[in-house]
Design a protein around this ligand. Structure first.
Ligand code: SAH
Ligand code: SF4
Ligand code: F3S
Length: 444
């Protein structure tokens, strides 16, 4: 039963998918599966998919085509499709690709050992896309492979917000918060394995309302007490769930980093309402003001959608105006992509492709300038950098600032896992370069 077998997991999509991919490997480790670097020669390949924007399904099938050829050479190879496309498409996948052995959604991967047994025994594919009654988190093994200096921990999953454009409520299911005790135990194990910077994950992480702590602010307070955890982050937040206690946590808890990803999607009230976001542009701007009052050096990041159904030129201008008013340190922006089964996909006023492209380009140019300016402003400052691993050039190491910027500097390799002061020499569009501050150079 513990013959050495090789498992290759390919993750698409958000950080939660990356976390899930790691947990799938943890679940399969007791069955003798060790991680492989490539699908060639693997005994099992899991494609952990994302459904958030278009082309996900096409990407999946082209990847499956490649795997089919590998499977012809290795008939025992198990091919699995996991994640949000698996949840959304289910048996459609095996209908189109009968050589797929297993299809399972994000809420059932704790059942992998049983699914593997069924798939290797039975003729016909195993499909698990129900939302099972038992909670996945209660059935996942404790421990698992170390994540490294920076690590992710899922504390909340699912979404009840139903933004008109979004598939997540359908693929991840209803909002669920893990209890504080289980989260703390996992954080302690991660700290013992060397994780210094912990990012709490949730589709609506600031809606966390699990047992054992008073909201996310209370949970952050408990996590700040875990020895070894020196930095805390959380993502993704919804503006509606950003309460006073959480804003205060940015002021009061030194481990909480001065960086917040707070998606706004649009700067137009009309579009925000069409999107069912439940807040206005003004609400978002006042929120940013309160956050900056609590933590003056807070940097913000966001998500923007260009060309949502109903978006007119003046709405697009309102989005650009909001971006200018906030000044983001970083951001993700996307062209609206109709998702099957979502309300927005069937709305009147779909925006032409060329218009979406042009609006997205304008948004991205502005955001790029803001990011470059934010990085350039760091030049000459001394920054606390958490070293994460080797850099691109010999002798160089890379790390990250409290504001999530990658930093490169000449440094000894034993600095990994330490936080040291770095003098920033230059800010580039996507990173910073620096040198160890005086006292660090002599200590090294
Ligand atoms: N839970 C997070 C977002 C998850 S999806 C939140 O509520 O903020 C990540 C981002 O993908 C979203 O913020 C949105 O900007 C983008 N997105 C989601 N659905 C999309 C669609 N149909 N077309 C284009 N972008 C989309
Ligand atoms: Fe999607 Fe909206 Fe839920 Fe975020 S809050 S996951 S965008 S439905
Ligand atoms: Fe994608 Fe599912 Fe994450 S659709 S963004 S993998 S929640």
């Amino acid at each position: 039963m513990t013959d050495k077998k090789r498992l290759f997991v390919k993750n698409w999509g958000c950080q939660m998918n990356v976390y899930d991919g790691g947990r799938m490997a943890d679940v399969l480790a007791p069955l003798g599966y060790a991680p492989a670097e490539a699908p060639e020669g693997a005994d099992m390949v899991i494609l952990n998919t994302c459904h958030i924007r278009e082309k996900a399904t096409e990407k999946l099938f082209s990847e499956l085509g490649r795997l089919r050829a590998l499977k012809q050479e290795r008939p025992g190879m198990v091919i699995a499709v996991a994640g949000c496309v698996a949840q959304a498409e289910g048996a459609e996948i095996t209908a189109r690709a009968p050589y797929v052995d297993m299809v399972f959604g994000p809420q059932s991967y704790h059942r992998l050992p049983e699914m593997v047994a069924r798939a290797t025994r039975a003729a016909g594919a195993v499909i698990e896309t129900e939302f099972p009654a038992e909670e996945k988190f209660d059935h996942l093994p404790e421990g698992g492979a170390p994540q490294g200096v920076t690590g992710f921990l899922t504390v909340q999953e699912g979404c009840d917000k139903f933004c008109a454009f979004c598939v997540v409520p359908y693929t991840r299911g209803a909002e669920f918060s893990r209890p504080a005790g289980a989260i703390l135990a996992e954080a302690r194990r991660m700290a013992a394995q060397g994780t210094k910077e912990l990012t709490l994950l949730g589709q609506n992480v600031n809606a966390w309302h699990g047992e054992g702590a008073d909201g996310l602010a209370g949970l952050l307070r408990l996590l700040a007490e875990v020895p070894g955890i020196e930095r805390l982050r959380y993502t993704t937040s919804h503006p509606r769930d950003m309460d006073e206690a959480l804003i205060a946590a940015h002021r009061d808890i030194p481990q909480v980093m001065p960086f917040l990803h707070l998606p706004v999607q649009s700067g137009s009230d009309r579009i925000l309402s069409t999107m069912n976001r439940g807040h206005t542009a003004e609400h978002y701007l006042r929120l940013v003001e309160r956050l900056r009052r609590a933590r003056p050096d807070l940097a913000l990041s966001t998500d923007i959608i260009a060309g949502h159904p109903g978006e007119r030129e003046e709405d697009h201008q309102a989005t650009l105006a909001l971006i200018r008013e906030v000044g983001f340190a970083q951001a993700f922006s996307f062209k609206y992509s109709p998702r099957p089964g979502t309300p927005a996909a069937g709305m009147a006023g779909q925006v032409e492709e060329a218009t979406k492209d042009r609006r997205l380009a304008e948004i991205q140019a502005l955001l790029r300038d803001q990011q470059a300016a934010f990085n350039a402003r760091m030049t000459g400052t001394i920054c606390e950098v958490l070293w994460t691993g080797p850099g691109r050039h010999p002798g160089q190491m890379s790390g990250r600032t409290p504001w999530l910027q990658p930093v490169h500097a000449l440094a000894p390799s034993h600095c990994v896992g330490r936080i040291t002061p770095v003098r920033i020499l230059a800010g580039h569009p996507n990173s910073l370069s620096g040198e160890l501050a005086e006292q660090e150079r002599t200590a090294a």
